[in-house]
Design a protein around this ligand. Sequence first.
Ligand code: 5GP
Length: 189
Amino acid sequence: MQPMTTTIGKIQLKDKVFRPYLSEEIIFSAVAEMAEKMNNELRDKNPLFIVVLNGSFMFASDLFKQINLEAEISFIKIASYQGMRSTGQVVTSIGMEQDLHGRDLIIVEDIVDTGLTLHWLKSNLESRGAKSVEILTMLRKPEAAKVEVDVKYVGFDIPTDFVIGYGLDFDEKYRNLDFIGVLAKHVYA
Ligand code: 5GP
């Protein structure tokens, strides 16, 4: 990526400094572990994976290739006025037209922060007649939780810091990094 300069152990993105946090290899082994667990636990099911865009696209793609069930995949996008982290007030959604009646759903998220987004989404999907709704997330910030959300499959529990890469953005950029970086709180020259 052009606007990024890398020195040992830190990455400068405009005025922000990030440091490498989870490498591509570590992410891949977590994805493989999650896929294997799901392949075993959902063996006789025909689950529908509901991928929450934009941040989950890369994770969902890597994971879905390793799922050997009769699974289907669908994509949704949801948005709120002030950012769901603070309000949980979802005002627009796309891709939510599908008939979910009697389906076993797996929500695929990039990161669970306050949990407000998933709290809303899970109850919305349940109210539409789904047989079951489970949650799968690449990352979770347990200390940031504002509501309790039952997450069945978690890649990594991480501290309450801002992360980018592997689908996650900073100002809509840097989703294309193949690793996950964390915002450095204290930066020394
Ligand atoms: P929640 O509703 O759980 O507070 O927020 C979930 C959404 O907030 C995620 O799907 C993601 O879009 C965004 N988010 C939360 N924490 C981070 C972070 O550390 N980095 C980035 N890039 N997005 C985040």
